[in-house]
Design a protein around this ligand. Structure first.
Ligand SMILES: Cc1ncc(COP(=O)(O)O)c(C=O)c1O
Length: 401
C-alpha cells in the first residue's frame, strides 16, 4: 500500500510501527506541548516551594490558564475549577450532592462505566437509586436520545448524569434539548464532557448545565493529566473536591472557597495544566489560517471517511446518523467471546500483536456484543482505516473458519 502519511504526523512522537486509531482513550500530546511541560517541570524543580505553595506563585500561574480556558470554553473565570480528569470531576459533583433516600440519579445506557459506578456508589450510601435511560443504538437521530431520556425521568429524579460524547457508542448527544427537558422538571444536570473540548466547540454558559466536567488531555492534546470542572454559581458552595485539604478551613484572599479548594487537593504536578495554553496555541495554529475550527472539521471529515471506508469494506450498516458524529465513530462487529477478566479483548490483542493496530474493541451493552471505535486526529490518514479494514477482514475470516 502506498504510504500517504499525514503531513501532521511529525508533530507527534507516536511509535511509527503502530497504526494508532485510539486517540479517544487517553489522547496523545504533540511534541511541542510535552517539551513545554518538561521545561515547566525543570523550572518547578528548581524552586519547588515558590512554584507549589498557593500563597506564593501557584495561583498566579494557574489563573492565566483559567482565564484562557474559560474564554475558550465560553464560561466565567470564577466558575471554572481544575480537576485531574473527568472521573475526578464527576465524583466531586456526585459525592457532594445532597441525595436522600429514594432519590433517583438518572444515567444513560451509553454512560462511561467508571462514572456510572460513581453514581451507584453515591446512591448506595444515600439509600438512593440509579435509573437508566435506554438510548437505542443503532440510533435513528437526536430525537431518539431526547425521547429515551425524557421517558426515564420520574418525580424522584434529582440529577441526570449524561455524556456530551458517549464513550462506547461515540454519539454527540443533543445536550441543549436534554438539559432544557431536565430543567423543566427541576432536575439538575451533570454533563460528562470527557471528549468534548478539542473535538467540538464548547460553550458552557450557553449550554446551561448545572455542572460540566471534561478532559484537557484528550482532544485538546494537553499533557496527562488535566481536567476541568465547571459549576454554576448557585451550586458552588455545595460542590467540594474529592480530596478535602487546607482550603476547607483556611480561606484564600480574594478567592472563593470553590476555587481555593479545587486549586489545592494536596501536592500535585501542575505542569500538565500549565502547558494547556501551549496545546491550545498548537491547535489554533497547526492548520494555517484555519484556527481550531479547522481541526474540528478535519478530524470529523477523516472520521467520516474512515467510517465510509470500513462500512463499505466490511459490509457494515452505520449505526448513527452523521449529524451525531464528531471525531470518533463506533461500528458493529459480529458477537464474540467476552474478554477474560483483566485482559484486552482477544480480537483487540490480535489487531495489536499481529497487525500493529491500536483500536478499541468495545463490549456493549453486554459482554460478547462487540463493536470497534475508530478515532481521527490530525496525525491519522485514510490509509490507516484501509489497513484496519484489511486486518479485520482477515481476523474475522479466520474466526469463522
Ligand atoms: C465519557 C467519558 N467519561 C469519562 C472518561 C474518563 O476519563 P478519565 O479517565 O480521563 O477521567 C472517559 C474516558 O474515555 C469517557 O469517555
Amino acid at each position: 500500500m502506498t504510504s500517504t502519511r499525514s503531513a501532521y504526523r511529525s508533530h507527534w512522537g507516536l511509535n511509527p510501527d503502530v497504526t494508532f486509531l485510539n486517540h479517544g482513550s487517553f489522547g496523545a500530546s504533540p511534541r511541542v506541548v510535552l517539551e513545554a511541560q518538561r521545561r515547566l517541570q525543570d523550572e518547578l524543580e528548581s524552586d519547588p516551594i515558590r512554584w507549589l505553595a498557593p500563597e506564593r506563585d501557584l495561583e498566579k500561574k494557574l489563573d492565566p490558564v483559567r482565564e484562557r480556558l474559560s474564554d475558550f470554553l465560553g464560561c466565567r473565570f470564577e466558575d471554572l475549577a481544575f480537576v485531574r480528569n473527568a472521573t475526578d470531576g464527576v465524583n466531586a459533583v456526585l459525592r457532594s450532592f445532597p441525595f436522600e433516600a429514594d432519590d433517583e440519579i438518572l444515567v444513560t445506557s451509553h454512560g462511561y462505566n467508571a462514572c456510572t459506578n460513581a453514581a451507584r456508589f453515591v446512591a448506595g450510601r444515600a439509600g438512593a437509586r440509579v435509573t437508566v435511560a435506554d438510548i437505542p443504538f443503532p440510533c435513528s437521530g437526536p430525537d431518539a436520545a431526547v425521547e429515551a431520556i425524557e421517558a426515564a425521568f420520574t418525580s424522584k429524579t434529582r440529577l441526570l448524569l449524561v455524556d456530551y460524547v458517549t464513550s462506547p457508542t461515540a454519539l454527540i448527544l443533543p445536550l441543549a434539548r436534554i438539559i432544557e427537558a431536565a430543567h423543566a422538571r427541576g432536575i439538575r444536570v451533570l454533563v460528562d464532557a470527557a471528549h468534548a473540548a478539542g473535538m467540538v466547540k464548547v460553550e458552557l454558559d450557553a449550554l446551561g448545565a448545572d455542572y460540566t466536567t471534561g478532559n484537557l488531555h484528550k482532544w485538546l492534546c494537553g499533557p496527562k493529566v488535566a481536567g476541568y470542572l465547571h459549576v454554576r454559581p448557585e451550586h458552588q458552595a455545595e460542590v467540594r473536591p474529592t480530596v478535602i485539604s487546607h482550603a476547607a478551613n483556611t480561606p484564600r484572599p480574594a478567592r472563593s472557597r470553590f476555587l481555593a479548594e479545587f486549586d489545592w487537593t494536596g501536592t500535585f504536578d501542575p505542569t500538565p495544566l500549565l502547558a494547556v495554553p501551549v496545546a491550545l496555541d498548537f491547535l489554533e495554529n497547526v492548520i494555517h489560517g484555519g484556527g481550531i475550527e479547522a481541526v474540528y472539521a478535519a478530524n470529523r471529515a477523516l472520521a467520516l471517511e474512515g467510517r465510509r471506508i470500513l462500512t463499505s469494506r466490511l459490509g457494515l450498516v452505520a449505526p448513527a446518523p452523521e449529524e451525531m458524529l464528531g471525531s470518533i465513530v463506533t461500528l458493529p462487529l459480529p458477537d464474540g467471546p467476552p474478554p477474560e477478566i483483566g485482559r484486552t479483548d482477544t480480537l483487540g490483542q490480535r489487531l495489536f500483536e499481529t497487525h500493529r493496530i491500536e483500536v478499541p474493541i468495545v463490549h456493549w451493552p453486554a459482554p460478547g456484543k462487540r463493536w470497534f471505535r475508530i478515532s481521527a486526529m490530525l496525525y491519522n490518514d485514510a490509509t490507516e482505516y484501509e489497513r484496519l479494514g484489511d486486518a479485520l477482514e482477515s481476523e474475522l475470516t479466520l474466526a469463522t473458519r
